[in-house]
Design a protein around this ligand. Structure first.
Ligand code: ADP
Ligand code: MG
Length: 428
């Protein structure tokens, strides 16, 4: 432990070049004289350094954790161990959903540094969505990723011992969980220094949120669910800024928030970010026909992300449900099989309700909390931005407080569609 602390140093360009030149496999992969490798820092995330290194043969991405939150600075320390959990999660995801995460090339625990496949020409999906790009392969890829990583790390697939070993392996990542617990499940609903919103237009809405006890109960139930339900290994931060895409490929990156938690948190994150892309679309320049096509595609994608996820998850459960939960010996014969199938449907309905609630939480935090997203932020006209945001918040409040009233995913997209031209009352 002390040894690790002593060895840690931030590898900026020159030190990184020397470090990589000392690793024969990576040196060969890059090719050419290390002095000529092109090294650029591309980290646009909130927490870490990311370098792209290119030689004459190929390129790599190098991610190093800093001992503090990059977005805020040294005043907010954060453990380097998150690099260990990210590496552990990436390894597990590569095993369960191969081809859907970047290949791992090297990891140095003491340096909190991971080298991985350079994703090129992939871009961050959120940027593509802001530009109005459609991704026809996204639904199939992301639902395979979620169904397989969630199912195979759950009690439906694992023995009780394996499951508990899994929980233990990630239990130490609590500092990252605490960020989620504060920034998503608490701060947006109270006065907090780091909150911000599109002022003055959303001042009234922000005050309403702080006074809305139905909402405070709903977000607190979700927070408890997040803290106390180790159902499966979550990615933990599965927004469209953690997904890199081309028109035909999808890669999930950045699982440093990974831990055993409730499945609906990951699924809800994907749905929330698509719904925000939908509401933000009104504020972005688009050719007339393209706008309608893009918005229709986004809502269609919300629907199929849920329906395909549910279909694949159930298929895995039926074929490979050999975990210690729901012992097959209790559901013998035709009668047993029918009851178990009904129970699977009930399980998915419960998961859907939780997914709807978590999606709502993810929307509200991006509008009133610390970390905003470019879907909204790139709408320059603040009034226009506030209109898009207020529509998203109205949907989210309903989804959180009355999650169970949304029986099927079309209830969510239907409610979103109804708010498309709604004119909110703004402050200021
Ligand atoms: P953070 O944890 O700080 O959010 P990310 O893992 O999200 O860091 O990476 C930050 C940025 O670096 C990403 O938005 C992306 O642009 C770039 N990036 C990360 N991993 C890769 C990769 N394997 N290939 C290419 N670019 C990458
Ligand atoms: Mg990130």
């Amino acid at each position: 432990m002390t040894q690790e602390r002593e060895d840690y140093r931030i590898l900026h360009e020159a030190a990184l070049r020397d470090y990589l030149a000392g690793l024969p496999d990576l040196k060969t992969l890059l090719g050419g004289d290390p002095a000529h490798w092109a090294i650029t820092e591309v980290g646009d995330g909130n927490l870490n350094l990311v370098f792209i290194v290119k030689g004459t043969n190929g390129g790599i991405a190098v991610k190093q954790a800093l001992p503090y939150v990059r977005l805020v600075g040294e005043s907010w320390p954060l453990p380097l161990s998150r690099a260990h959990y990210e590496y552990l999660a990436l390894s597990k995801q590569a095993e369960l959903a191969s081809g859907l995460v970047p290949a791992l090339l090297h990891h140095n625990e003491a340096l909190a540094l991971t080298v991985m496949e350079l994703l090129e020409p992939h871009i961050i999906m959120r940027k593509g969505l802001v530009a109005g790009t459609q991704y026809p392969g996204f639904v199939d890829d992301i639902t395979t990723f979620m169904a397989r990583t969630l199912f195979f790390t759950s009690d439906l697939a694992l023995s009780a011992a394996e499951k508990k070993e899994g929980i233990a392996a990630f239990a130490g990542n609590h500092a990252l969980c605490k960020i989620t617990e504060d920034l998503i499940f608490t701060d947006p609903y109270r006065i907090a220094e780091q909150n911000r919103w599109t002022a003055p237009y959303l001042d009234g809405l922000a005050a309403e949120l702080r006074d809305d006890m139905d909402l405070h109960v709903a977000i607190s139930r979700l927070k408890l669910k997040f803290m106390a339900s180790p159902e499966a290994l979550l990615h933990g931060d599965l927004h469209t800024g953690s997904i890199m895409v081309t028109e035909s490929q999808t890669r999930v990156i950045d699982p440093e928030f990974a831990f055993y938690g409730p499945m609906g948190f990951d699924v809800g994150a994907v749905l929330a970010n698509l719904l925000m892309a939908y509401f933000a679309s009104a504020g972005h320049e688009r050719a007339p026909g393209e706008r309608a096509a893009f918005e229709a595609w986004v809502l269609q994608t919300v629907e199929t992300v849920w329906s395909e996820f549910a279909r694949k998850f159930l298929e895995l459960w039926r074929a490979q449900g050999t975990g210690d939960a729901y012992p097959i010996s209790l559901f013998a014969g035709e009668k047993g099989a029918a009851r178990l199938e009904a129970e699977r449907q009930a399980y998915m309905q419960r998961l859907f309700t939780e997914t709807v609630g978590f999606a709502a939480a993810k929307i509200i935090r991006r509008i009133f909390g610390l970390a905003h997203n470019i879907d909204f932020e790139l709408i320059e006209d603040a009034r226009k931005r506030a209109v898009s945001e207020a529509r998203a918040v109205r949907l989210a409040r309903g989804m959180m407080v009355e999650a169970a009233a949304f029986r099927v995913i079309a209830d969510v997209t239907g409610a979103a569609r109804k708010l498309k031209d709604w004119q909110p009352e703004l402050s200021g």
